[in-house]
Design a protein around this ligand. Structure first.
Ligand SMILES: [Zn+2]
Length: 72
């Protein structure tokens, strides 16, 4: 369990392009999303999950850098 597991990521529904928010930790356990609009469930591709994780990691890194600068 990391801080990233609590972060929400946004993925587009492959059926209707609705943006679906889901917790990363949940997607790691079961990589599927249910669309609130069209009610269809779809698998999240591993590379998509990885890309979202990478983006989050970078976002957290930049927040930490800003905080470090403030502390100086
Ligand atoms: Zn949909």
């Amino acid at each position: 369990m990391t801080v990233l597991d609590d972060a929400n990521i946004e993925l587009p529904c492959p059926h209707c392009q609705q943006t679906i928010k889901e917790r990363l930790g949940k997607l790691k356990l079961s990589p599927r999303i249910t669309c609130p609009r069209c009610r269809r469930t779809s698998e999240v591709r591993p590379e998509e999950l990885q890309r979202a994780t990478h983006k989050l990691t970078q976002a957290f890194a930049s927040i930490q850098q800003s905080l470090a600068r403030l502390g100086r």
